[in-house]
Every structure is written in structure tokens, then in C-alpha cells.
Ligand binder design. Sequence first.
Ligand code: CAA
Length: 241
Amino acid sequence: MPRVALVTGGTRGIGAAISKTLKTAGYKVAAAYHGNDEAAQKFKAETGIAVYKWDVSSFEACAAGVKQVEADLGPVDVLVNNAGITRDAQLHRMKPEQWTAVINTNLGSLFNMSRNVIEGMRARKFGRIINISSINGQKGQFGQTNYSASKAGEIGFTKALAQEGARLGITVNAVCPGYIATEMVKAMSQEVLETKVLPQIPIGRLGEPEEIARCVVFLAADDAGLITGSTLTANGGQYIA
Ligand code: CAA
């Protein structure tokens, strides 16, 4: 029986690459998304991957979404918490809404999603939870107190839940991408990207979404059971933790 993988933010950017790579590796994949219907329908038509729409910052929406995915595809074996947003601003200009949106979506979603799959994983004595954190959770980033806090929080969550799942065949790991060529990074000012970010990347280029997807497939595998609580960095040498 193929294993079932659920990827949040799974129809665009890094998440789309993760969904596709997991499908190629033999998983039954569900890709959850929230905002962009057009991109999701295009993704579904191109890949044949099932798409589901809900807001990962809502616990109730996650409970209903997971229930639907499990009814359609079967119990979730692999959860990839990838959905994330930015609302960049220096703290002295940051509005409370910019703080709460980022914390609730990026970090709140780890509770909302993992809580809704963890009991099943414990009962079946197998699970893989992979959290897509960020280089900016490891090193901090100018203009991202909200985002850096959420991404650092994801690493703490990963390390704690790894300890709880270890005896039950559930591994929990974080992947920390650097700057990847996605809409999120391209939305930055070109000047900031070229003068502040690119010069700091020793390999001299942005990463590709597929380079993150291969980290996820590695951690999701049945024979990756020894690896738990780890943080896998993939950032072209920009920050060596
Ligand atoms: N380090 C140090 N100083 C910086 C800086 C940095 N990274 N970025 C800007 N500054 C300086 C500027 O040079 C400027 O100095 P001067 O006034 O002396 O010229 C001063 O700070 C103000 O800069 P801005 O005019 O840009 O400030 P702003 O308030 O208008 O904009 C900002 C702030 C929107 C946060 C902008 O700086 C920015 O976009 N920064 C990049 C944030 C970033 O890296 N986001 C990542 C998005 S991708 C992502 O998050 C994915 C992932 O996981 C990696």
C-alpha cells in the first residue's frame, strides 16, 4: 500500500515541488492550499494530485481538512508542514496584524495540523512530520521579527515532538531552506535581494524548490527512522548552524 502524504501550501513554490517529488517517489499525495484557487486548479490539472482548500491557521479547518483527506486517500502517514507567509517590516513599523498573521499561519499551523494527525500516527506506530522552517529562523533576519520568531519556534516544536514520537515510530524533523527561487523571495525588493542577500550566498545563486523537495523525500522514507529531531539546512552555505 502506498503511503499517504499531506503537504500544506502544497500547490505553489516549495510545496508544489514537494508534492510532485513525493508523488514521483510513490506516495499518494494531498496538497492543501488556502488562497490561490487558480494556481491550485492548474497544479491539479498538470499533476493529477488531489488539492484541498483550508486555512491552516484555524484548528477547526485543519480538523475538517484532515478528516476529508483521510476519507479520500486513507490515514496520513507523512505530514509536511510547509505553508507559510511573510509580512516583512522593521519592528518599529510592524502592525499587530502583521505579527499575528505570520505567527498563526507559520507556527500555529504546526499545532493545528500535527494535533489532528498525531493520534492516528501513534495508534499505527508510524509517522513522519517534516516542518519547513527557514534559515531566517536560525540566524534572524532584518525586517522579519515575526517570521524569524515563527520559524525558530518551528525548530523548538520539532525537537519537542520528536521526543514524544520516538518510541512510536514517529519521526519529526525540520528542513531549513535558504533563499529559494519562489514567489515569496521574488516578492522582495530586487535591490534588497541583489545587494543584501545574494552576496551572502557562497554558492552564488538562489536555491531551487526541487532541492528542498529532495530533503523532504529523504526524511519521509521508511528507512529514515533513525533521523529525528534534526534540522537539515539547505542554504548554499549562507548560514552554517
Ligand atoms: N541588514 C542591515 N541593514 C539593512 C538590511 C539588512 N538586511 N536591509 C535594509 N537595511 C538598511 C537599509 O540599507 C537602510 O539603511 P539606510 O537608511 O542607511 O539606507 C535601512 O535599513 C532601511 O532600509 P529600507 O528602506 O529597506 O527599510 P524599510 O523599512 O523600507 O524596509 C524591509 C524594510 C521591507 C524589511 C526591507 O529591508 C526588506 O525587504 N528586507 C529583506 C527582508 C527579507 O530578507 N525577507 C525575506 C523574504 S523571503 C523569505 O522569508 C523566505 C525564507 O525563508 C528565506
